[in-house]
Ligand binder design. Structure first.
Ligand SMILES: NC(=O)c1ccc[n+]([C@@H]2O[C@H](COP(=O)([O-])OP(=O)(O)OC[C@H]3O[C@@H](n4cnc5c(N)ncnc54)[C@H](OP(=O)(O)O)[C@@H]3O)[C@@H](O)[C@H]2O)c1
Length: 164
């Protein structure tokens, strides 16, 4: 089962210069809470943005770079089909797809859940979230994020499930 997890600004920006455009520890904590002990799939640039394999998660990476370029424990896929074959081996597990855009675009027909953090603020950026037809999904959960001196942007955690 595949789930997307990402945070997007009100102008749909998700990245700037290979990083997140915002500092929002509440969302980082949400990301951690959801993905911990799960497998996560990242495109190469998103993987690089982490700076290291994320701990307590099996890190899967889509890239044309060879497996030998990555630390032990990281699993590399050269094509989406290779990843989809692998994912079939885990029918009872959620694999979190963490971006970026080409990965989100290519796996859209297969995704079951969407974990979207909507940040109520516009940011400059060079990467935007793909268009998603939300009429194919139903909102299962909507929780307001914490706003305080460390989390200055209002944000909402939404979880959508694909309609049957
Ligand atoms: N706000 C969020 O929630 C969020 C989430 C994710 C990412 N981001 C941001 O978005 C930016 C990175 O995303 P991005 O869209 O630029 O890049 P990306 O999708 O993470 O990485 C692109 C790379 O992934 C590999 N790749 C993608 N599809 C592939 C396929 N079908 N087969 C083989 N390899 C494939 C290729 O790597 P090779 O060139 O190595 O072959 C490609 O150059 C960063 O700024 C990051 O911080 C934000």
């Amino acid at each position: 089962m595949l789930a997307y997890i990402w945070a997007e600004a009100s102008n749909h920006v998700i990245g700037q210069n290979g990083k997140l455009p915002w500092h929002l520890p509440d969302d980082m904590q949400f990301f951690k809470d959801q993905t911990i002990n799960h497998q996560i799939l990242a495109g190469k640039r998103t993987y690089d943005s982490f700076g290291r394999p994320l701990p307590k998660r099996k890190n899967l990476v889509l890239t044309h770079f060879p497996q030998s370029d990555f630390p032990a424990g990281v699993k590399v896929f050269k094509t989406i089909d290779e990843f989809l074959q692998y994912a079939k081996g885990y029918p009872n597990e959620v694999i979190f797809v963490v971006g970026g855009t080409s990965v989100f675009k290519e796996l859209l027909p297969y995704v079951d859940y969407l974990y979207r953090t909507s940040i109520n603020h516009e940011f400059n950026g060079d990467v935007r979230m793909i268009d998603i037809d939300y009429s194919q999904f139903e909102l299962e959960q909507q929780v307001p994020g914490k706003v305080d001196k460390n989390n200055v942007y209002p944000h909402t955690f939404d979880v959508f499930k694909r309609k049957k």
